[in-house]
Design a binder for this molecule. Structure first.
Ligand code: NAD
Ligand code: UDP
Length: 324
């Protein structure tokens, strides 16, 4: 009797959650975590940069549904929460079809906000530190408006994501939609795509193959790298904040490293024989990036990243060792 009651209670506590871009690197970890917490999860993806391989282990779970769909087309489902992650994230992929990238950011966001309005769902936007562009202030706080080139090769992504933030705020002000905007800083971990050109996956794959490690520019530019589990924890906490908190809120690891330091760490951890070589710096490549996470700490119940770069790299290297 007690267990029946408990079962019914748990069933009521379960949320129906839509994750767009759920077959991607971050989305797959989010699907897994939200399923493990006892929710019903719909993973929506057009497989542009994601893959069924990332969520294959979830297929067959009664509480998991997979939908092949492009967010630039309307989609309807009765859900309680929406995590909007659909968008290519690596420079190579988002620059491959820049017009499509803007459509995904802008029309995709409008479609998901329209759905949130229709079914009264809460909706979280996976925004990015790229909204700060090549930042003039360091570390970056949420109040900084950014230094973004509106006509460069990164603009389809940077301006697309900025416009998405505008849409989220306007739907909130105009229609009372419950929104959360999280600005994600460089994130890495298992299931990053091997070929998407991002620095952590590039360096690890090159090191494991004893190939030259390609540093763009002089390697003095910095990034702050966050392990994917820390991000997922921060995103879920952001979704669960009270309705008055909308963000934007930075979610990242403030540990800051030059690309030369990262290359050396990867060489040391893999025991690789790779040499470091230098390639030209891509246009508009930000010189530095480091999140101020005091707002996240305050609003997300003391959230802070737990996984240090060395530990996260070891876990990521272990993943790539199996597939390289
Ligand atoms: P990813 O490329 O692995 O995942 C993106 C997913 O979205 C893929 O599965 C892709 O197939 C899907 N997708 C793309 N366009 C779509 C469309 N039109 N319709 C439906 N699905 C579509 O990238 P990721 O690193 O997992 O990033 C996920 C989200 O987080 C993105 O919105 C990205 O901008 C944001 N983000 C990521 C980082 C990072 O460092 N990884 C940093 C800042 C922001
Ligand atoms: N980068 C590099 N070698 C590579 C790939 C990237 O030196 O093989 C540099 C890139 O120029 C940038 C940094 O690493 O300065 C992070 O690049 P990534 O594409 O991972 O992320 P983003 O530039 O979007 O922060």
């Amino acid at each position: 009797m007690f267990s029946l009651h408990k079962k019914r209670y748990n069933r009521l506590a379960m949320k129906r959650i839509l994750i767009t871009g759920g077959a991607g690197f971050i989305g797959s970890h989010l699907c897994e975590r939200l399923l493990n917490e006892g929710n019903d999860v719909i993973c929506l993806d057009n497989y542009f940069t994601g893959s069924k391989d990332n969520i294959r282990h979830l297929i067959g779970n009664d509480h998991f549904e997979l939908v092949r769909h492009d967010v630039t087309q309307p989609y309807t489902a009765e859900v309680d929460e929406i995590y909007n992650l659909a968008c290519p994230a690596s420079p190579i992929h988002y620059q491959y079809d820049p017009v499509k990238t803007i459509q995904t950011c802008v029309i995709g966001s409008m479609n998901m906000l329209g759905l949130a309005k229709l079914v009264r769902a809460k909706i979280l936007q996976a925004s990015t530190s790229e909204v700060y562009g090549d930042p003039d202030i360091h570390p970056q706080v949420e109040g900084y408006w950014g230094n973004v080139n509106p006509i460069g090769i990164r603009s389809c992504y940077d301006e697309g994501k900025r416009c998405a933030e505008t849409l989220f705020m306007d739907y909130h002000r105009q229609n009372n939609i419950r929104i959360k905007i999280v600005r994600i800083f460089n994130t890495y971990g298992p299931r990053m795509s091997m070929n998407d050109g991002r620095v952590v996956s590039n360096f690890i794959v090159q090191a494991l193959r004893n190939q030259d490690i390609t540093i763009y520019g002089d390697g003095q530019q910095t990034r702050s790298f966050q392990y994917v589990d820390d991000l997922v924890e921060g995103m879920i906490r952001a979704m669960n904040t009270g309705d008055s908190f909308t963000g934007p809120v930075n979610i990242g690891n403030p540990g800051e490293f030059t690309m030369l330091e990262l290359a050396q760490k990867v060489i040391d951890l893999t025991g690789s024989k790779s040499n470091i070589i230098f390639h030209p710096l891509p246009q508009d490549d930000p010189r530095q990036r480091k999140p101020d996470i005091s707002l996240a700490h305050k609003e997300l119940g003391g959230w802070e990243p737990k996984i240090r770069l060395e530990e996260g790299l070891k876990r990521t290297i272990a993943y790539f060792e199996k597939i390289v």
